[in-house]
Design a protein around this ligand. Structure first.
Ligand SMILES: Nc1ncnc2c1ncn2[C@@H]1O[C@H](COP(=O)(O)OP(=O)(O)OP(=O)(O)O)[C@@H](O)[C@H]1O
Length: 539
């Protein structure tokens, strides 16, 4: 089992019982005291947005290593030579011991440096970028969960049954960080296995059968919460966990003092509601995950998140933020509540999955969009296809247009009942429907196996929305396609999306990249109704 060295306390008398909480807080800080950490942060704050922080880790460890070395050398001589009893009777042996200890510590330091070098190369190979100090080595394979962290065999068996042979890059790095008791910001492309990256540490560290909620996962939508609950149950199979999805009924009438539940998955509103009703105590939560964290920090959620974070009052809590998009503003805000969090980015920050072939298509008008959609279905219909629109009204309108075409279409939006929403997702998953028309409620996190094409019928409101929408395709190593229709009114916003496309290796016409930069980020224009003729009154 991997143990964190506790050099911080070496050689001192320390009342561990009395300061148990502080020890828990700092147990993951192997080499450094907080002031050093602060200095490091301040010194590097301006560079935080770059993608190549690995040298910082090695530099820092080297820097700290040399300070630590000096201190150790001082201590060596003080401790050993300070004892008169050794000095007088066994001076020769004392010198031998001193030399051996020095040799050992030099060897130890060299070994650490080599390991840092190896880790750095390994991260480079897998596109992993880290920001933080003394970051644990990435996982070479799932077996290391057992050898380094004492993972139980049945969990490893479950991974194999689920056909998870190798960890994905985000799993390689985020799992050891969380298992070492560090907090974490994790940003990796859509469909790259972030869910398992936060589930594994939770399932390994939380003991089933103890009273109270120990693991809390917050997701922005009910569909994603339901999916994550299912995934969690699959991975935990064979262990006596009580894993619960916070339903509307549970949130209103459930009394969590009586309901056995170690792991709870919820949307912010529902969990906040139960806490306010004093039916749910979050003070024992050991792991808090904010999935799709940038969405959770948007207006409309942030107040609930704030109150949930406050309710999770356990001082040793380990919090983590996961998303495919992590704006600097969210990271800055989150850092105010997190302790010594490590940042892990896989690939480029805020980028689309490279597995998705992306296209932009000018459709002129609302009528042109409908024609283009029908034409594309007639020419090369390759279901399952996900079609995104801007609002529930437009989802209903487009569904009316397509319901009687021969393409087995269905629709999902927030005006449907929960049962209807579940049916829409289940039928699409089961292949009973081929085309699902959707609003952004299923744009984030939903894992539909094998979606061949995402069509942005309405232009996405932001680059982040675009990245998440098209990320429903091209998941878990499969390839996919995304087509984005645009009209005149979308033109000023094309550049944002074009930049994302270019960064993930797709071709973009030069005129789009030359469009002026826009300050306004959200784009939700009032559109003519679906299929409307172009407005020619101006001519
Ligand atoms: N180690 C692995 N090996 C193979 N498949 C994996 C592995 N880990 C996860 N998967 C599969 O990859 C798919 C995508 O995983 P997941 O839903 O966690 O992606 P994500 O990164 O959370 O995406 P999003 O940003 O869209 O939420 C899932 O079907 C999952 O079962």
């Amino acid at each position: 089992m991997e143990k964190t060295p506790s050099l911080l306390f070496a050689g001192t008398h320390f009342d561990r019982k009395r300061f148990a909480k502080d020890i828990a807080r700092f147990k993951a800080l192997p080499f450094h005291s907080p002031p050093l950490l602060l200095l490091f942060r301040q010194a590097n704050e301006e560079q935080e947005d770059r993608y190549e922080p690995e040298y910082k880790e090695s530099q820092l460890t080297e820097m700290v290593g040399s300070k630590k070395e000096k201190k150790r050398k001082r201590n060596d001589s003080e401790v050993v030579e300070g004892f008169n009893v050794f000095k007088s009777s066994k001076s020769l042996k004392t010198r031998d011991i001193t030399t051996t200890m020095k040799d050992d510590s030099v060897l130890h330091r060299k070994e650490i440096e080599k390991q840092i070098e190896r880790d750095s190369l390994f991260r480079k190979k897998h596109g992993i970028h880290i920001l933080g100090y003394a970051v644990p080595s990435p996982l070479q394979n799932f077996d290391e969960l057992k050898s380094r962290f004492g993972c139980k065999s049945h969990l490893l068996r479950n991974f194999l049954e689920l056909k998870f042979k190798e960890p994905t890059p985000i799993q390689r790095q985020a799992i050891p960080i969380l298992l070492s008791g560090r907090e974490c910001f994790a940003c990796a492309p859509t469909g790259s296995g972030k869910t398992l990256a936060f589930l594994i540490p939770m399932l390994m560290r939380i003991k089933p059968g103890r009273k109270g909620v120990k693991g809390l996962i917050i997701c922005p939508t009910r569909e994603l919460a339901a999916q994550t609950t299912r995934e969690c149950k699959k991975v935990a199979k064979g262990k006596k966990f009580h894993i619960k999805l916070m339903t509307k009924e549970l949130s209103r009438c459930g009394d969590f003092q009586k309901i056995p539940c170690e792991i709870l998955v919820s949307t912010p509103l529902r969990v906040d509601f139960a806490v306010r009703k004093r039916k749910l105590d979050l003070s024992r939560v050991e792991y808090l995950v904010l999935d799709e964290s940038d969405k959770l920090f948007e207006l409309g959620f942030v107040e609930q998140i704030d109150s949930v974070v406050k309710a999770c009052s356990n001082p040793s809590i380990i919090r983590s933020l996961f998303s495919a998009t992590l704006p600097d503003s969210v990271e800055e805000l989150a850092r105010t509540i997190m302790h010594d969090a490590v940042r892990v980015i896989v690939g480029r920050k805020n980028s689309a999955s490279a597995l998705v072939k992306q296209k932009l298509l000018f459709a002129g008008s609302e009528k042109g969009k409908l024609l283009a959609l029908r034409l594309s279905f007639a020419e090369s219909f390759n279901p399952p296809v996900l079609v995104f629109v801007q609002s529930k009204e437009r989802a209903k309108e487009l569904y009316k247009e397509l319901a009687f075409d021969d393409i087995k279409a269905d629709v999902i939006h927030a005006d449907l009942t929960q049962e209807q929403r579940d049916d829409a997702v289940d039928n699409f998953r089961a292949g009973k429907t081929w085309v699902l028309i959707a609003t952004d409620i299923i744009a984030r996190g939903m894992d539909f196996k094998g979606i061949n094409c995402v069509i942005n019928y309405d232009f996405p409101e932001s680059a982040a929305a675009y990245i998440h929408r098209i990320g429903r395709s091209g998941r878990a190593g499969r390839s996919g396609e995304a087509v984005t229709l645009f009209t005149e009114e979308d033109k000023p916003f094309l550049r944002n999306i074009a930049n994302v496309m270019k960064d993930s290796g797709c071709e973009v016409p030069a005129w789009i990249l030359a469009l002026p930069k826009l300050k306004r980020k959200k784009h939700r224009p009032k559109r003519d109704s679906v299929g409307a003729e172009p407005d020619d009154t101006e001519e």
